[in-house]
Design a protein around this ligand. Structure first.
Ligand SMILES: Nc1ncnc2c1ncn2[C@@H]1O[C@H](COP(=O)(O)OP(=O)(O)O)[C@@H](O)[C@H]1O
Ligand SMILES: [Mg+2]
Length: 584
């Protein structure tokens, strides 16, 4: 029920100052003016309220009425989320597109979840069962990939006094009644305030990698399921391509993609391309596990501020069902800029580079919501956050990058020189790091090879050695280097060309399984060891480079698809044999 709670006194961009305010609370969601523009109370003072409005405010005028239902900004959680495109406050873009063209007409109120669609509900608890918050009471096949668990609202408990028999229901139809002195009707969807994290039992240790299919990531700087990564990089260094690659190929069960303040055509690109993509693991359309939230640079700034909270709340909901969720946010710098603009309009005291003092605590609150958790129903589920950061001028010491670094444990630093040299992904092997290696090595060791971590350290050591050798070359030229050291440089160059570089646009190269990555690395290290022996016996680099073994190594990443990894495994032996001939 909407009631009038004040009127417009002053409008400053997305911020509305209200007067004659009564019975409003902080963070209440309100509707402003004749068009009922959606907004949220961000400051209260005597009879005044400051409201950030999620839509263009240009037609508002002093005296316009302000209404509320008395709820905080919430999202709807239930079957039908997957495959959807939403704006920052969960208004469905597709539906709106059909009605109004590409842009959202102001003040449109379309429910986030389709009320007409029927879902096949299967109860899994019986009448009289004692039930607790978060407990799964039924299931719905949301897509061919995902069983949607219908969970009791986290704060509800009691006894099931009625439950619907298996059958088809719309979201407006009641599917259970819970009694605990009072009677509660239960539906297949629930509402949850976006700024409040959904409760869990406890945090669990991270112990499994998120396999992204991107070699430099999985092998050198892996992230664990439930971890947080920042991807900082200047304009054009490849942040968006990395985020798209992860949305496509990572082995999360659910993907939430938040396009935050970036160019509109990138979201259009997703809109056109994503529906065609097939998951290599499940052979099903990737849309069946994905939700998009778009608040591009041409859309209202306040909704951009809200979009990452909307995204992470959806992520928590699927985590509560026991799924591994990955959330991509591109870019958190644009989010922070929205925060800065709103703070400026509220005439708050700016701190570093105009950002408000609470930038850091807001970032902390957001990253806190990632993790591997034991859910209320005793299952486990995780949220991995991959956040791109676009520091102005590529300067990583600016506030958003430096505060973000305090809350993440994995850092994929994009390097301008690599991008200029068209070495993609331009993730620097010098400036990047991952603190998840120890957490996830067990997975690699039992699923791929007990040598994984040792091999990974070995190649990193070679890369660091190369770095020093390149310094020497700068000073005294390449000629003084002994052959064995030149070999290090040669192997690193092979590793960069055949392993670290990975084309997002090549059908075979776009995704490498963990096994393929390990085999490529093994072959390169094996090649190095054999060549090193030969050099010790007096051969030189140019003789090695003229062998067919060298050609084979250079070709292997494109030549062997996921279907003929057996062949790739045999390559080491072929190489050994062909190098042996050099000894004769
Ligand atoms: N992995 C990749 N493979 C091939 N090309 C890439 C890759 N990553 C980036 N690029 C190229 O770099 C361009 C800019 O990347 P983009 O992700 O849009 O940069 P950013 O988001 O950092 O501004 C892309 O259009 C593409 O041509
Ligand atoms: Mg981008």
């Amino acid at each position: 029920m909407l009631s009038v709670v004040g009127k417009v006194y002053r409008v400053s961009g997305p911020v509305v100052e209200a007067e004659d305010v009564k019975s409003l609370r902080m963070l209440d969601m309100v509707e402003v003016g004749q068009e009922h523009l959606v907004g949220e109370v961000v400051r209260l003072k005597a009879e005044r309220a400051y409201i950030q409005v999620y839509e263009d405010t240009t037609t508002l005028k002093a005296g316009d009425l302000i209404y509320t239902e008395g709820y905080p900004l919430y999202v709807e959680l239930g079957p039908g989320l997957l495959g959807n495109f939403y704006d920052g406050i969960q208004r469905p873009l597709e539906t709106i597109k059909e009605k109004d063209g590409f842009f959202i007409r102001r003040g449109v109120h379309i429910p986030a979840l389709d009320r007409n669609k029927k879902w096949h509900f299967k109860p899994i608890v019986g009448k009289d069962a004692a039930v607790k918050g978060g407990q799964i009471i039924g299931e719905v096949f949301e897509t061919a990939l995902i069983i949607h668990k219908i969970m009791l609202f986290p704060e509800l408990q009691g006894k099931i006094s009625w439950i619907a028999p298996e059958g088809d229901y719309t979201l407006d139809e009641k599917i259970a009644v819970v009694e605990n002195g009072q009677k509660y009707d239960v539906f297949m969807y629930q509402r949850w305030p976006v700024r409040k994290s959904r409760p869990t039992r406890n945090r669990l240790a991270i112990n499994e990698p998120l396999i992204t299919g991107q070699r430099v990531i999985d092998t050198l700087f892996p992230v664990g399921k439930g971890g947080c990564v920042a991807v900082p990089g200047g304009f054009g260094t490849g942040k968006t391509v990395i985020q798209h690659q992860l949305a496509k190929w990572s082995d999360a069960q659910i993907v939430i993609y938040v396009g935050c303040g970036e160019r509109g055509n990138e979201m259009t690109d997703i809109l056109l391309n994503f529906p065609k993509l097939i998951d290599p693991r499940t052979k099903r359309p990737l849309m069946e596990r994905t939700i998009f939230i778009a608040n591009t640079s041409n859309m209202p700034v306040a909704a951009r501020e809200a979009s990452i909270y909307t995204g992470i709340t959806l992520a928590e909901y699927y985590r509560d069902m026991g799924y591994h969720v990955a959330l991509m946010a591109d870019s958190t710098s644009r989010w922070a800029e929205a925060l800065r603009e709103l703070s400026g309009r509220l005439e708050e005291m700016p701190l570093e580079e105009g950002f408000p003092a609470y930038l850091s605590s807001r970032l902390a609150e957001f990253y806190e919501r990632a993790g591997n958790f034991k859910t209320l129903n005793g299952d486990s589920g995780s949220i991995t956050v991959i956040a791109s950061v676009s520091p102005p001028g590529g300067d990583f010491s600016e506030p958003v990058t430096s505060h973000t670094k305090r809350f993440i444990r994995c850092f994929w630093a994009l390097d301008r020189d690599l991008a200029n040299a068209r070495h993609y992904p331009s993730i620097s092997w010098i400036d990047s790091y991952s603190e998840y290696l120890e957490d996830i090595k067990g997975w690699w060791h039992s699923n791929i090879s007990p040598n994984w971590l040792a091999f990974r350290y070995r190649i990193m050591e070679l890369l660091q050695k190369e770095q020093r050798l390149l310094q020497v070359i700068k000073l005294v030229g390449p000629d003084v280097l002994p052959q064995r050291q030149r070999l290090v440089i040669e192997i690193c160059s092979i590793f960069k060309n055949t392993f670290l570089q990975q084309s997002a646009f090549d059908d075979i190269d776009t995704f490498s399984s963990a096994r393929k990555q390990f085999l490529l690395l093994t072959n390169i290290l094996n090649f190095y060891d054999r060549c090193d022996e030969l050099i010790k016996k007096g051969l030189n680099i140019s003789e090695i480079k003229s062998t067919s073994a060298y050609q084979e190594i250079m070709r292997m990443r494109h030549k062997y698809s996921e279907n003929n990894l057996e062949e790739l495994e045999k390559l080491s032996r072929t190489i050994d044999e062909s190098l042996k001939e050099l000894e004769l």
